[in-house]
Design a protein around this ligand. Structure first.
Ligand code: ATP
Length: 335
């Protein structure tokens, strides 16, 4: 099933201030506002005894049962949570009928691409390094994310952390991918099949990185086949430091998310990025220079290394970058 499949609003609409009481567990939730809707239901921000939660209501229980099962499963997995934590599942009895709903952790974050928009090029690498750490854990649990795309990612604050939503596409390793979106699907681009395996998600990660440089995305160039993606990578300065990692992700060259993560991490560590925005977004210094040349230059040119940072703002940015790298290192230890 393609996730771009028709998204129909439910015939029931919940209003801010409305109180929903579960038929079976008798827990009450006060609706704050609508967060969005997908193919299976509508998600609301709600207030509860546990604080703010996300409540997803649907018209039939079949559609949400598999999401509930996946969320339940991952709420029991040790370590930082993979996806929103699961809280409750129940029925809401309304005048129009009975509506199943489930309640999960509210992820208060900024959508992935808008978050990166005004940030330096290193942020793409930092966020994807985090994502790959989580994907590795998911793959080790025997699951593939499937429908990986920016719309399913949020970045929380303090510290900035990428989190995923929408577990509806998660598929057991070895089965056929349940749900996908063409732009992120390797089958669509002619890079492989739709069997649920780590390399399927890693292809989507590579497309996610390409999407950062092409916010409006683009169509497949049927005459060029898979090579059309390579020319798209080469056409953007923002993708230049990441070219090798993206290519290898597209071509299924990584054995695991951890292998891709390690290579990406070394790109982030060895590249001099600038935080100044350019026409297509932010880019690296030394346009046209390869990453290894940049790294060599950095090692050899002591004078340049000692050049003071201009202004307090840059110093603070640099300090936060080091802090993030340290946090990533700690996460790396935890995985
Ligand atoms: N746990 C959550 N915390 C915060 N926001 C959420 C949460 N779950 C969903 N949302 C918001 O609600 C929107 C709709 O979510 P939902 O998963 O139903 O739709 P979708 O991602 O389009 O899924 P589908 O593939 O089922 O069409 C999301 O795009 C997101 O903005």
């Amino acid at each position: 099933m393609m996730s771009s499949l028709s998204k129909k609003k439910l015939d029931i609409k919940l209003h801010p201030g409305q109180v929903i009481i579960g038929k079976w567990h008798r827990k009450s939730y006060q609706i704050v506002r609508e967060l969005g809707f997908g193919a299976t239901g509508t998600v609301y921000l709600a207030d509860s005894k546990q604080g703010l939660v996300a409540l997803k209501i649907a018209s039939d229980s079949m559609s949400i049962t598999s999401e509930v099962n996946v969320l339940r499963h991952f709420s029991k997995v040790q370590g930082p949570s993979l996806g929103p934590s699961f809280y409750d599942v129940d029925d809401y009895v309304a005048n129009q009928g009975v509506y199943p709903f489930y309640v999960m952790e509210y992820i208060n974050g900024e959508p992935f691409l808008p978050f990166l928009k005004d940030k330096g090029g290193e942020w793409l690498g930092i966020m994807v390094v985090q994502l790959l750490g989580d994907l590795h854990r998911l793959h080790q649990e025997g699951w593939i994310f499937g429908d990986l795309k920016p719309e399913n990612l949020l970045v929380t604050r303090n510290p900035n952390r990428v989190r995923w939503l929408d577990v509806g596409g998660m598929t057991r390793v070895g089965r056929a991918i349940k749900e996908y979106t063409e732009f992120f699907d390797r089958g669509y681009w002619g890079y492989g099949g739709r069997k649920a395996e780590p390399s399927y998600d890693l292809f989507s990660v590579a497309m996610l990185m390409i999407n950062r440089a092409y916010p409006s995305r683009f169509e497949k160039n049927t005459s060029k086949g898979p090579t059309s993606l390579i020319s798209k990578i080469k056409a953007k300065n923002t993708l230049e430091p990441y070219e090798t990692v993206i290519r290898r992700g597209l071509e299924g060259k990584y054995e695991s998310a951890m292998a891709m993560r390690q290579e990406l991490m070394s790109v982030v560590q060895n590249t001099s990025f600038t935080s100044r925005p350019k026409s297509e977004g932010n880019t690296i210094t030394g346009k046209g220079k390869s990453v290894s040349r940049q790294a060599r230059k950095k090692r050899n040119n002591v004078k340049e290394q000692k050049k003071p940072l201009v202004g307090l703002f840059e110093s603070m940015l640099f300090a936060s970058f080091l802090l993030i790298l340290y946090i990533l290192y700690l996460f790396g230890q935890a995985v």
